[in-house]
Design a protein around this ligand. Sequence first.
Ligand code: NA7
Length: 545
Amino acid sequence: MQQRYDAIIVGAGMAGIYAVYHLQRLGLSIKLFEAGSSVGGTWYWNRYPGARVDIESMEYSYAFSDELQQEWSWSERYAGQAELSRYFEFVTDRFDLRRHMQFNTRVSGARFDEDAAEWVVSTSDGQTHRAQYCVMTTGLLSAPNKPEIKGLEQFKGEVYHTGLWPKEPVDFSGKRVGVIGTGSSAVQAIPLIAEQASHLTVFQRTPAYAVPLRNHPMPAEYQQKVKADYAEWRRKERYESFGGWVAMHYEASGLTTTMALDTSPEERRALYEDRWQNGGLAFYNVYPDVYVNREANDTLAEFIREKIRARVNDPATAALLTPDYPILMKRLIADTNYYEAYNRDNVALVDISKRPIETITATGVQANGQHYECDALVLATGYDAMTGALTRMHVEGRGGRLLTDHWAERARTYLGLMCAGFPNFFVIDAAGSPSVVFQPIFVAEEQINWVGDCIQQIAGSGRRSIEARPEAEDAWGDECERALQATLFPTVNSWYVGANIAGKSHKGLIYLGGMAEYRRWFNGEAAEGYPGFLFDGGLMQNAVA
Ligand code: NA7
């Protein structure tokens, strides 16, 4: 029998868990579908060796409940995958949310039934379900990018993707392993695989900028100090730190507002050295002109290049590992012993920047005219970020319009929240939002609160649906583009601009105007009666009753 709910939520990651918590408290009947066997999303799927968050644990966590903040304790400065997974399990059970969730069930499609003003959601168990609202908490980095490398299917050994890692531990002891990719996932996994494998060959298309994470056990007194005044920490994290990423660092160093090019080389070096000693993403708290001016950017890039060269013994390998493009325009990577792994006798780096891998054979990888024997391959090749999780589903809006067509030339959204012609279909932490340059749990909490208010507004006014106005979508797309083009981001091939997926448009994927400006837009919409949205397909006036 077809079940009907007020809202269907898709994906039990950090955003989906909070969506269940919040929407059920508003009295809605809800159902969440999740492809995995439990909660956690990113931290459920990414079980590869070394998987760890690069935002401090005390910051990378929910802020919606002080009881929760007080009850939970982190064991490390940066939590590892297993601890993060336990945290999301804990939150789910702490608030009794599991009863709204159905696991091992992948949503394959959603179609808007215009007559009923309801979504018909299809799931992998062959069932269909109806709901007035769909809340798509499907994740930013959750659709693995399996590269189209010739011959991959004929490889006889084991093949793993970092984002689809098996639950059972993988033992590489005595094996020759090939890792393809050198992004964050590879950089975390390589030092640990190197310790186990008999030999490791890393195939690198683009060298990464990586800086030390400097993880350590969580000092008890530090945890107590934050907990004693968590609300104030959260306020700072939310409103006073770039990206909500490094509030703890800002506390110590303050926000950098002077320009790199107005600063003496000695002073600049001292500031960069401070970030280096702090570790991790503190490097995002640098001179603002680093983001927009190549010469300014080079002052930081060169500082990191020097550090890379100093960490690698063999100069030829060091040269290959040293990037020449602007720094921070790909996500900065925080590493633990990454470069040192190349100083081991059993690790080799193969440069595939000039010529891609020719083919994968039954027994290894053919590249640069050479064959590299491998017993196992690790694809650390990233994700179809921001849009992939949704475009891989069959999503059909008003008039049979497909989301894939709607997003073909630009990821068209208004505020990264809704699309024109897709009524009551909310996307969370998705394209067109600042989520990838802010603390994504915070963005999700704020977006879901907005969605809850919006649903209540609709319910209280006798309307049935809300969707973005096409002209609001256009304006938001232009706003995203304007903010993007003001920076150096478009000059570097990264998943931020869709460059890792052949044929993907860079437009509308990321909003770089800042969280404060983003809040101003979406709070303004709610306060002014949603002028950028249409109710009931435009049949009713938008003025708030
Ligand atoms: P990333 O950062 O997208 O890294 C993927 C890596 O795989 C990157 O080095 C790519 O090279 C490489 N890649 C992708 N396709 C290929 C092919 N076909 N051949 C060779 N190499 C390839 O993904 P991660 O999982 O590491 O990290 C994702 C995010 O998670 C990260 O940014 C953090 O925010 C957390 P490229 O650079 O495209 O030349």
